[in-house]
Design a protein around this ligand. Structure first.
Ligand SMILES: NC(=O)c1ccc[n+]([C@@H]2O[C@H](COP(=O)([O-])OP(=O)(O)OC[C@H]3O[C@@H](n4cnc5c(N)ncnc54)[C@H](O)[C@@H]3O)[C@@H](O)[C@H]2O)c1
Length: 427
């Protein structure tokens, strides 16, 4: 079922010379893409992607019919195209003309949706965190490999020029051997209060929205957008904003494996509301690599929008000959050498969504490497899951990176996967 990829490898020389953007008039060479879950972030994707002339927007699919209609209208206004409007993603997967999907649903749908899409031969751009739990990430890797489809994850800093530049500097050895990296996520989040169970709004097919997760009563805080603060649907702010920062930190540290040891401490120090994940969290990960040990540290304060080293969210890499400090939002990175001498400042832009889309389409058309392939993001998203598990079980955890299992902690092991209800999308 990998026809689209082969088809595009056969494309014209002109297209190969400029693979990211085919001429609008080459309708046959456009990629047919369906948007699944065009909510808050999905709308950002639509607005950015509608500037491209090499994509046909075949469908918009949302469990919330109002949101699906709004998305279709936006696409119509921006491109003149009229995508089909559906609520059930199976209608997208069964359409042979669809070559790629963009999944911007809540996290609990990422793996079930992406795996079904891959099994139907579609290339997938799936939002971060790639999975709701660690097991799902592994299943996504297997599905992408088995079906030979591209699976890009929405950590767009991986395609952002300034970020790529700072990583290149780190790889060149500019600060020596990097032994420790620290990343922080500090900002003021919202208090959601205490909401009673209620009826879902009439435009929302709540059963579809829940999908394969256990059937729990609706709360107005779940939809839209605030589902991420609840265990059933998201991974708290670690999986939300933290995953971007820890992904950059791990990338710069240069580790392509899971950690061996994890500690975590997390609680609600500030918010008195229904949110289930900690507003304050500290995790430390230790990696054993070829006889050496490296450490990665994550800090989160969801009530403290005060900058650290000039950045609300940032990263610092500590090497034997210097240090690099910066943040993805401003796109600025400072490189310090011995005696705290500022050697260089990299000044760029914030995260570049358009470049990440371009990388996805290049990979489909030309077999270019995906910058945030599922195999890459699984390692970063896993840190969110592992840190969250350490904090939830209040344990110091020993992890087997190859088996993706804890050594002898039954409570922690249970949280590496989830229970599904009897449902067509259960994994
Ligand atoms: N890359 C980034 O910088 C970035 C930024 C924000 C959010 N995100 C990610 O985007 C995703 C969506 O977040 P959001 O804030 O837009 O949430 P949201 O709740 O606003 O949007 C999610 C949409 O998915 C729809 N949906 C739910 N179940 C569905 C189903 N079965 N079929 C079709 N549609 C379904 C919902 O109705 C909703 O419209 C999350 O994974 C989030 O982590 C990424």
């Amino acid at each position: 079922m990998n026809t689209p990829r082969r088809q595009f490898v056969r494309t014209s020389l002109a297209a190969l010379a400029s693979p990211t953007l085919l001429k609008a008039e080459n309708k046959a060479d456009r990629i047919n893409l369906a948007f699944i879950g065009p909510g808050g972030m999905g709308t950002n994707h639509i607005k950015t992607m509608c500037k491209r002339t090499d994509v046909t927007f075949s469908h918009v699919c949302d469990a919330d019919s109002k949101r699906a209609e709004t998305a279709a209208k936006t696409i119509q206004e921006l491109t003149g195209q009229t995508p089909k409007v559906v609520t059930d993603m199976r209608r997208v997967f069964e359409d042979k003309a669809v070559q790629a999907v963009l999944m911007a649903t809540p996290d609990h749908w990422h793996a079930p949706g992406a795996i079904m899409a891959a099994n139907a031969g579609k290339h997938v751009y799936v939002e971060k965190p790639c999975s709701h739990n660690l097991r799902e990430g592994r299943l996504m890797i297997e599905a992408a490999a088995k079906n030979k489809v591209c699976m890009q994850v929405g950590t767009q800093s991986r395609s952002t020029a300034a970020c790529m530049q700072v990583i290149e500097k780190l790889r060149s050895g500019i600060i020596g051997d990097i032994l420790v990296t620290k990343t922080w996520n500090s900002q003021l989040r919202k208090n959601h209060g205490h909401q009673p169970d209620s009826e879902p709004p009439p435009e929302l097919d709540y059963d579809l929205w829940l999908g394969p997760v256990p059937k729990v009563p609706f709360k107005s805080t779940y939809h839209p957008a605030h589902w991420r603060w609840f265990h059933h649907f998201g991974a708290g702010d670690f999986g939300n904003d933290g995953v971007h920062d820890i992904d950059i930190a791990r990338w710069g540290l240069g580790v392509d494996q899971h950690p061996n040891r994890i500690i975590g401490q997390g609680s609600k120090l500030f918010f008195d509301d229904d949110q289930e994940w900690p507003d304050t969290l500290y995790c430390a990960f230790e990696y054993d690599i070829a006889g050496k040990t490296k450490q990665l540290i994550y800090e989160q304060r969801d009530w403290s929008p005060y900058v650290q080293e000039g950045h609300e969210n940032g990263c610092a890499w500590y090497g034997t000959k210097g240090m690099v400090i910066g943040g993805k939002a401003k796109g600025t990175w400072e490189i310090y050498g011995e005696k705290n001498k500022l050697i260089e400042k990299i000044t760029g832009t914030g995260p570049d969504l358009a470049a990440h889309h371009a990388n996805f389409f290049d990979a489909i058309r030309t077999s270019a490497k995906l910058n945030a392939d599922i195999t890459i993001n699984h390692l970063s998203t896993a840190l969110c899951h592992l840190g969250n598990i350490a904090a939830r079980t209040r344990s110091a955890l020993v992890f087997d990176p190859a088996k993706e299992q804890f050594a002898g902690n039954v409570d922690a092991s249970k949280l590496l996967k989830r229970d599904y209800r009897d449902h067509w999308a259960a994994l």
